[in-house]
Design a protein around this ligand. Structure first.
Ligand code: RFL
Length: 398
């Protein structure tokens, strides 16, 4: 089978790209390894930046987030010196987030894509992309019935995440792969409980970081800094809530609203960038291009931005025969990616008194020296209006 553009992966990047290409009249197909139910229920991101909302609005994809997403513009830091709030929506450039669960966004994108007649194959796993540097690239797949198949294309868009086929298909030496480990591990939790505060909560504690992020009225995301290597199920729900209470300082600031834990996942705060984001006719977007630690909630936002840039570039090439957009795609995206990586790294050092795995105590908290730097960093953010404006601009910026 064939299509002018074969898109690998039906996450935010692949679906935005699919919608934009199909709308521009380009023959494309999305190949997705998982089932439709799986992609529509996978809970991950929730904070959409103003630029993401503008992109979705521009292409008529923002109805769902406007009807059930919520504008959000406050975060609260809890430290040993008390708590302070930043109304980031009123600082910097005055940008707000929209809180809208990623699975709802993916559902909206998919519904729209199918409604306009877009082609998608679920249960179809891309195995490898071949001949990307030749004239006739193709993707080998494992089809729903298990048999192998081949999709020929003019261009392949790798939107299949960090462990997808696109990255795997880059020949050694064709691109560089820059990796960094922030030296911190998180336990990510999804609780069947209403949010406990009307702000993003960042708790800095000698026992380690804890975070609170609203998702919907009934579901809240929490994070606990976690001892690397400890399995997610090694603590009881009671122990997790007690630890969240301790680090969020519930005694001083009010109890957390508890509920059953719907999901737990342990992940190391690592990040990487592939450079350039292109090998011949294979282009990378979203997590396949660059992975960011979730500390600053940039991943899904970058995915949408890159998908729009790539859609314009592919449209230019296929409709007008103008390949300028494809030639500049990588550099344009990398500028955004490195800026997001830089802020994510800064945020990680704001929230954790460690960046060195060899320099930790039993709780995963940092040394005295690093903790003192962190405290000073927080004090600067608490007291300097200029620092607050800088934070706000970067926090919502993509
Ligand atoms: P996705 O969403 O991972 O989609 C990739 C799709 O590709 C499919 N796939 C394949 N299909 C065919 N063949 C193969 N060989 C394939 N291999 C994989 C997968 O099934 C999947 O459907 O990538 P995309 O589109 O690049 O989007 C990236 C975002 O999903 C990601 O950056 C964010 O979720 C990151 N992230 C957050 N980002 C934000 O902007 N704000 C947040 O608040 C936020 N919170 C988070 C997050 C990520 C988290 N995890 C995963 C650690 C919270 C968490 C817990």
């Amino acid at each position: 089978e064939s299509a002018d553009v074969v898109v690998l992966g039906a996450g935010p990047a692949g679906l935005v790209l699919g919608v934009l290409l199909h709308t521009a009249g380009i023959d494309c197909v999305v190949l997705e390894r998982a089932s439709r139910t799986h992609v529509q229920t996978r809970a991950r991101a929730g904070f959409l930046a103003p630029n993401t909302v503008r992109i979705l609005e521009r292409h008529g994809l923002a109805d769902g987030l406007h009807s059930s997403g919520r504008r959000h513009g406050t975060c609260e830091f809890r430290t040993e010196d008390g708590r302070f709030r930043l109304d980031y929506g009123a600082l910097g450039n005055g940008g707000h987030h929209h809180v809208y669960p990623q699975q709802n966004l993916v559902t909206d994108l998919l519904t729209h894509y199918l409604a306009i007649g877009g082609r998608i194959r679920f249960h179809t796993e891309a195995v490898v992309v071949r001949d990307a540097d030749g004239t006739q690239p193709y993707v080998t797949t494992r089809e729903p019935d298990g048999r192998p198949a081949r999709w020929t294309a003019r261009y392949v868009a790798g939107c299949d995440g960090r462990h997808g086929a696109a990255r795997r298909s880059l020949p050694p030496g064709a691109v560089r792969h820059h990796q960094h480990d922030h030296g911190v591990t998180w336990l990510g939790l999804l609780a069947e409980a209403p949010p406990s505060l009307d702000a993003v909560g960042y708790a800095i504690h000698a026992r380690g970081f804890a975070g609170h992020m609203a998702r919907t009225q009934d579901v809240t995301r929490y994070y606990l800094q976690w001892q690397r290597g400890t399995p997610a199920d090694s603590w009881s729900e009671q122990r997790i809530w007690d630890e969240l209470d301790a680090r969020m300082r519930a005694e001083d600031h009010g109890p957390l609203r508890r509920g059953g834990l719907l999901e737990r996942a342990v992940f190391d705060l690592t990040c990487d960038v592939v450079e350039p984001l292109r090998h011949g006719s294979l282009f990378l977007a979203g997590d396949a291009a660059s992975l960011l630690a979730p500390a600053a909630a940039k991943g899904a936002n970058l995915a949408v931005l890159e998908a729009e840039i790539l859609a314009e570039a592919l449209t230019g090439a296929l409709v007008r025969g103008d390949t300028t957009g494809l030639d500049t795609y990588s550099d344009r995206c990398l500028a955004h990616i490195w800026r997001a990586q830089e802020f994510t790294g800064w945020m990680t050092r704001l929230l954790h008194a460690t960046s060195d795995t060899s320099d930790r105590d039993d709780h995963g908290a940092g040394s005295f020296f690093l903790a003192a730097l962190q405290r000073s960093r927080l004090n600067s953010l608490r007291t300097s209006r200029i620092h607050q404006d800088w934070f706000a601009e970067n926090y919502v910026g993509v």
